[in-house]
Design a protein around this ligand. Structure first.
Ligand code: FAD
Length: 437
């Protein structure tokens, strides 16, 4: 059975079997109960940005592409930021600024209030711009939850599943994302299936190969979800007027079997495990920081439950986090800095490409997953956590020792939900395996 992947995961010190066992028994059930909690269920996102690269080519007309609006009354009051309209990095995450004991946000707050009384409006705006710019330098994603047009989306009523989005519009997105990996040698090929086999992994340096594996793993994950929650029938079942959803084994086989993918499918599935280990490693690295978070929604009992559940999940994550070593990437001293910045810019471009996805539901989950991935990379490679030494090597002090490292609520929500998607994909593969056996 082709999907019974065996053996080690490339560029990681681990086998597929071990990840399966660990994920399906220990991680998946914990995430499943955590991600339905209010803190993680409402995600703030802008789905109205226009595509910055080409004229919007298609809007998916299928009803399954639509994102259902969230009833504002259901959003816990504590989640709604008080200073939504301010652009200041200092006020980006008001609750966090209130709850952390010694934070950069607080420093900005006091400086800004001093500036309020001593500087002209123009100078004040200038200062805010610098602060925001400095914060953004760290990001692997465009953070946009502050922009006009952002809305809260209830992820539970908008599950990631089959939408019918396909064809040239979808291919153009995937092609553009993979082409970001071509560091200076863009390929003019029009067809994605023409293009991808030309990426010879042996020709790539480690960082490029990791980039490809991460994107390919994300691509696999999305395609596993749409195969696992496929529209099996549109008949108007009275319990589920939207249709009947469930696993479509033929769809899964078409997408991943060696016969239909020129032997590539099993590699693509293996890349899912790679991105899973990368995000898992980031969660482990940020664990001390994430344990200190308040997860504030204003519903005291639930907030306490979430903190306990996070603590429990992170302990399990930490026990399995040594299989991907982020230090092997960008480890070529100061020369790597330029490359790392280029890499960052490419990930930011991917988050911009998400504004070109012509299906709102796919755009929502595409944005969430790229933001989650961007947050994971920020944790692994933030300059606030990396100090260049005289010998040119990077020191990576532990996140716990670094009081100025900060994540916004939206980043945290995206990080956990994105990891939840990967964990669910690995779990769903188990179901496909059983059926295929
Ligand atoms: P595609 O998945 O479009 O792939 C195109 C080509 O890429 C393949 O022919 C193959 O050569 C190569 N390829 C495929 N998989 C991999 C891989 N893992 N690694 C490397 N190369 C690969 N559809 C939904 O129904 N629901 C969704 O929620 C959804 N979300 C999406 C989000 C984004 C950001 C994008 C870009 C698309 C989304 N889609 C979604 C569409 C879906 O991913 C497919 O593009 C669509 O189903 C068409 O599939 P396809 O068979 O033409 O191959």
């Amino acid at each position: 059975c082709f999907c019974e992947l065996k053996g080690s995961i490339n560029d990681c010190s681990c086998t597929v079997d071990t990840v399966d066992h660990f994920n399906n028994i220990k991680i998946y059930p914990r995430l499943k109960s955590l991600l339905v909690k209010n803190f993680f269920r409402f995600y703030k996102v802008n789905l109205k940005n226009s595509c910055p690269f080409w004229p919007d080519d298609s809007k998916c007309a299928m009803r399954f592409c639509q994102v259902q609006n969230c009833d504002e009354q259901h959003i816990p009051k504590g989640l709604i930021e008080e200073n939504e309209n301010t652009n200041s990095a200092a006020f980006k995450y008001t609750k966090e600024a209130q709850s952390s004991s010694c934070s950069e946000a607080e420093d900005y707050n006091s400086v800004l209030s001093y500036l309020d009384t001593s500087l002209s409006d123009q100078a004040h705006r200038e200062f805010e711009r610098w602060a925001k710019h400095d914060e953004a330098e760290e990001d692997f994603c465009i953070l946009e939850h502050q922009n006009k047009g952002s809305q809260y989306v209830d992820l539970l009523i908008n599950p990631e599943r089959y939408t019918g989005y396909r064809g040239e519009s979808a291919h153009r997105i995937w092609r553009s994302i993979y082409m970001e990996n071509c560091f200076g040698r863009k390929n003019e090929s029009k067809s994605l299936s023409d293009f991808i086999p030309h990426l010879d992994l042996n020709d790539m340096c480690l960082e490029q190969r990791a980039f490809y594996r991460i994107i390919s793993g994300l691509h696999s994950s999305i395609n596993i979800h749409l195969s696992a929650k496929y529209l099996l029938s549109e008949s108007k079942d009275f319990l589920d007027p939207q249709g009947i959803w469930g696993p479509n084994v033929e769809e899964f086989k078409r997408r991943f079997s060696p016969e239909t993918t020129n032997n590539e499918g099993p590699h693509w599935l293996r890349n899912l495990y790679f991105i899973y280990l990368v995000e898992l490693r980031a969660l482990a690295k940020a664990a001390p920081y994430l344990r200190r978070e308040e997860y504030y929604t204003g519903i005291a009992e639930e907030d306490e439950e979430v903190k306990l559940a996070i603590n429990d999940l992170l302990s399990v994550v930490e026990s399995f986090s040594s299989h991907f070593n982020e230090n092997v990437l960008f480890s070529n001293g100061v020369a790597s800095l330029k490359f790392k910045n280029e890499y960052k810019e490419k990930f930011r471009n991917i988050s911009r490409i998400m504004d070109c996805v012509g299906c709102d539901k796919c755009r929502l989950w595409g944005k969430l997953q790229t933001q989650g991935l961007g947050t994971a990379l920020k944790i692994l490679y933030s300059e606030k956590l990396n100090v260049a030494t005289e010998s040119g090597l990077w020191e990576r002090p532990h996140i716990e020792e670094n009081p100025i490292f900060k994540l916004t609520r939206t980043e945290i929500v995206a990080l956990f939900n994105a990891f939840g998607r990967l964990s669910t994909s690995i779990f769903e593969m188990e179901n496909f395996r059983k059926v295929l056996r």
